[in-house]
Design a binder for this molecule. Structure first.
Ligand code: SAH
Ligand code: SF4
Ligand code: F3S
Length: 442
């Protein structure tokens, strides 16, 4: 029997890595109150969905899950069921109309209020805690992280860019950075606990600035921390990609030659209406500078099709640009209108069918390019940071190459956290299949 002081919390996380990191933060905030995570909702005292609002589909999924999870309340009325994250912030009180059984709705800047509110004796009325806070960075909170070789570290929160399609600035508030000293202390602690890879997070992570240090400083000082073998970050904004950052990436081998550089569209007309803050010429020149400085750089991107006003010529420009740049991989989305954003008022000009057609076209293009790029690695040897068992092949291990490609290989005497050399034997669009060159870690 669990001690009566221990309360179990079950969390499902939706959306981006920032939400995954926030789930670890929530566990860190709740730990001193005696909360422990559980993977079994039927054992939980508190059930929480950490939600995403980026596209309509993300919100529909959460409403569907709530309909299922509410059954746990029928079984035990003392179970608390609530929403955290971006969708909570987006809809606030309105969520209680759609889901009157919710006990709490808490936004990304109000997580400190959660422990106190959960332990209130009289918890009859649902509470909604959604105040945005320009200062909140949770710098003093130690997240409860999962096992593994990789740790996500939130470097900055919020976003000031207000791209016209995007809900993030409204639900995550203004941009603010965690002080450099707090980040470095966290990373040293992580290194001491055996984590090998650090992923700095932020919606425009390369805009990081704590008043004194910028993102290049953060990268350089992180690279000096012993025990950390790899450093990555996501997502950099193309307009914030300074020469100092490129130089830091080129200087320190620990900084992975991998960049997720969201494009959205290659049509200047569309980019302008999206208010992305760059032209396609600026973006293409940036890719050229990056590739000159980092010859083995792997690039990925985000694309939106069917943004209001996107015509066939605009779409062609995106298709052609993707064919020309040859990204290693891409996340591709149909435009989804988000209430409260500027573009929402423009309605939709591209039909669902047409959005689907455009999406399928670039997906097919990207699959072909990804496969070609990966297959060119056949015969080469790549350095792999071993993560654990492969998902599909029993007895095999999986890890990531320096370019952040998934590599699977038959297991030997290697452990998660080892850096080994793997010879690539075969490749698909998404995976490299190899063989450890020596059973010994390098
Ligand atoms: N901060 C990152 C992106 C965060 S959201 C950046 O600036 O690039 C992740 C991706 O979701 C975006 O890059 C975009 O491609 C997609 N996205 C955001 N809002 C969307 C919307 N309303 N409809 C469809 N896709 C959207
Ligand atoms: Fe959204 Fe643009 Fe901010 Fe990215 S930079 S989070 S797309 S507003
Ligand atoms: Fe979604 Fe919020 Fe991330 S809207 S993509 S979870 S910042």
């Amino acid at each position: 029997m669990a001690s009566p002081d221990i309360r179990k919390i079950y969390i499902e996380t939706y959306g981006c890595q920032m939400n995954l990191a926030d789930t670890e933060l929530l566990l860190g905030l709740l730990k001193p109150q005696g909360y422990e995570p559980t993977h079994d909702a039927s054992q939980a005292d508190v059930i929480l969905l950490n939600t995403c609002a980026i596209r309509e589909h993300a919100e529909e999924r959460v409403l569907g899950r709530l309909g299922v999870l509410v059954r746990h309340k029928a079984r035990n009325p003392r179970v608390l069921l609530g929403l955290a994250g971006c969708m909570a912030q987006h809809h606030r009180e309105k969520l209680l109309e759609q889901a009157p059984f919710l006990d709490f709705v808490v936004g990304p800047d109000a997580y400190r209020t959660l422990p106190a509110l959960l332990t209130q004796e009289e918890n009859d009325a649902p509470f909604v805690s959604v105040r945005l806070d320009r200062e909140e960075t949770y710098a003093d909170i130690t997240p409860v992280r999962g096992e593994g070789v990789r740790a996500w570290v939130t470097a900055m929160r919020g976003c000031d860019r207000f791209c016209t399609f995007c809900i993030v600035p409204y639900v995550r508030g203004r941009e603010r950075s965690v002080p450099l000293a707090a980040l470095l202390a966290q990373v040293r602690e992580l290194a001491a606990h055996g984590y090998k890879e650090i992923v700095y997070l932020g919606q425009t992570v390369n805009a990081y600035h704590d008043g004194t240090a910028d993102f290049a400083d953060l990268l350089r000082q992180t690279a000096a921390i012993e025990g950390i073998e790899r450093i990555r970050f996501t997502s950099p904004h193309p307009a914030d990609m300074s020469e100092r950052i490129i130089e830091a990436m080129a200087t320190f081998p620990k900084i992975a030659p991998y960049l997720h550089l969201p494009l959205q569209s290659a049509s200047n007309r569309v980019l302008q209406r999206m208010e992305r803050g760059y032209t396609i010429e600026h973006y293409a020149a940036l890719v050229e500078r990056l590739r000159a400085a980092l010859p083995d750089l792997a690039l990925s991107t985000d694309i939106i099709v069917g943004f209001p006003g996107e015509d066939e010529a605009d779409f062609r420009a995106t298709y052609d640009f993707m064919a020309q740049v040859r990204y290693d991989s891409a996340f591709m989305f149909k435009y989804s209108p988000r209430q409260g954003t500027k573009a929402y008022k423009w309605g939709e000009t591209v039909s669902e069918e047409e959005k689907g057609r455009r999406l399928q076209e670039i997906i097919a293009l990207q699959e072909r390019i990804s496969r070609e790029i990966n297959r060119r690695l056949i015969g080469q040897t790549v350095e792999v940071l071993v993560e654990g068992p492969a998902k599909r092949q029993p007895g095999w291990l999986a890890g990531k190459s320096r370019q952040f490609k998934t590599v699977v290989f038959p297991g030997g005497q290697v452990q998660p956290g080892d850096l080994i050399q793997v010879q690539v034997r075969d490749a698909t669009a998404h995976t490299l299949i190899g063989e450890a060159r020596s059973p010994m870690p390098v």
